[in-house]
Write a protein that binds this ligand. Structure first.
Ligand SMILES: C[S@@+](CC[C@H](N)C(=O)[O-])C[C@H]1O[C@@H](n2cnc3c(N)ncnc32)[C@H](O)[C@@H]1O
Length: 181
């Protein structure tokens, strides 16, 4: 169930993102289950969160909202998205906790701490084995990955998250939730 605009603290960003995409024909499709991200971040009591696919910051702010003590590293390749997302973090007084990294996800992931993050969220376009592996390496044992867009590309949860020695996973629709073994 997506958050209603009445109860979504970031409803303005959701709507700005949809308007931006319509104007620029870009890939900024906001993740419409912001509450799921907030609930996961709170349940995990995350202190470090990593995200691939910031767009204009909607999901990153929900992750930070759910875990008030967390630092969020979020990665975005489109420079205009990065600029606007950083401004949104300032507007919502989250710029001290949400760090928007500009670059290609695989390259930026490589430079971030391994075995360190409590929660990861993939919302770049279609997930690939390389990107899921990059996030796996950043998570601590017992860390949780939410992976969106499973229906966009050739890879679904059954091949990305199938290794029982690596993940305990559950998928629903185009999203999967998995725990790093
Ligand atoms: C589905 S949107 C993300 C939506 C965002 N999570 C939200 O809820 O508003 C995907 C974003 O991933 C970015 N992206 C696509 N491929 C990427 C890559 N390889 N590295 C970093 N960002 C990428 C796109 O520019 C786009 O902004």
């Amino acid at each position: 169930m997506p958050p209603s605009p009445m109860t979504d603290p970031f409803a303005d960003i959701l709507s700005t993102t949809n308007t931006h995409r319509a104007q620029h024909s870009c890939e900024a499709y906001p993740y419409d289950k912001g509450t799921l991200l907030g609930v996961l971040a709170a349940a995990v009591k995350a202190t470090r969160i990593i995200e691939v696919g910031t767009a204009l910051g909607y999901s990153a702010l929900w992750l930070a909202h759910g875990a008030p003590n967390a630092q969020v590293d979020t990665i975005e390749s489109d420079p205009e998205h990065v600029r606007i997302a950083r401004q949104h973090c300032i507007d919502y007084q989250m710029s001290n906790r949400v760090h928007v990294h500009h670059g290609d996800a695989l390259t930026v992931l490589d430079g971030l701490d391994p075995n360190a993050y409590d929660l990861g969220f993939f919302d770049g376009l279609a997930p690939t084995p390389q990107l899921v592996t990059g996030l796996y390496q950043r998570l601590r044992t017992g860390g949780v990955l939410a992976c969106a867009n499973l229906t966009l590309g050739p890879h679904n949860a059954d091949d990305l998250l199938a290794d029982p020695d690596a993940w305990l996973a559950h998928s629903f629709g185009e999203t999967a939730i998995a725990v790093k073994r």
